[in-house]
Design a protein around this ligand. Sequence first.
Ligand SMILES: C[S@@+](CC[C@H](N)C(=O)[O-])C[C@H]1O[C@@H](n2cnc3c(N)ncnc32)[C@H](O)[C@@H]1O
Length: 251
Amino acid sequence: MKSLKEMFIVEVVKEASKRSTDGRPLRVLDLGCGTASYVPALLREFPAIEYVGVEPIAASYQGALKNLAGVDRAKVHFQLGYDSIQDEAEKSFDVVFSLSVLEHIKHLDRFLALGVKYAASGALIVHRYDLGHALHTHSLKEWIHVRLGNNVPGILPERQFVRYVPEPEVRALYEKHGVRVEKTTYHQMPNHKAFEKFQAAESESVKALFAWEMEYQKDILNIPVEKREKLFPAVAVWGEKGPGDLSQDSL
Ligand SMILES: C[S@@+](CC[C@H](N)C(=O)[O-])C[C@H]1O[C@@H](n2cnc3c(N)ncnc32)[C@H](O)[C@@H]1O
């Protein structure tokens, strides 16, 4: 079954596909791709894309290699999303995204700057992150990590890092790097996420939930931010890279 999150990825690629690539495949960069489990289905649905993932955890990277074995036009690089990406040209991607990653990023400025550096002028940039760890904490360990991440970020190692990410901070960093913010959307009501686990493949009800989520963003934005983030703890900031490249400053 396509999950709500996978439907979101499809939405991002559809949006990016509206931009002209002069007939060449749409280049997609996924920073912090994990095992890239959603990629084979994505490439089946959009055969004309070229997918590049970046993943720094060895086990997840190996998982991604396994999931992408035999998949044409898909590759993954084993590295942090701070460092230059070998064999990939700067300013060559039509869409740069990350999913459930920003809340784990210790050096957010550098991470966002890297994505901008590899984005072509006019590219779509979407970082969707999860506030669930911070707002719906499941364990004492998670609670402690979030408090440390929020207040003394230097203490936590990169791999255990997690924090609350304020949306205005992400917006400000987009602008700093020459990305025009188009909108912020909110997703993944905890009960919807629980509901989808019980649904069959190609469930019409889950598709309807996603369509509802996208259609009523205006109503969601009317909810005061604290309550909004609790109700919809996945936050996506959408932007377009401008013609100037300001991303070099922070790298
Ligand atoms: C919750 S997982 C999400 C994986 C995948 N995007 C998904 O949605 O299934 C967070 C991912 O961010 C990656 N990550 C954490 N810090 C990173 C960094 N500095 N650079 C790149 N990736 C990072 C982790 O290794 C992990 O795979």
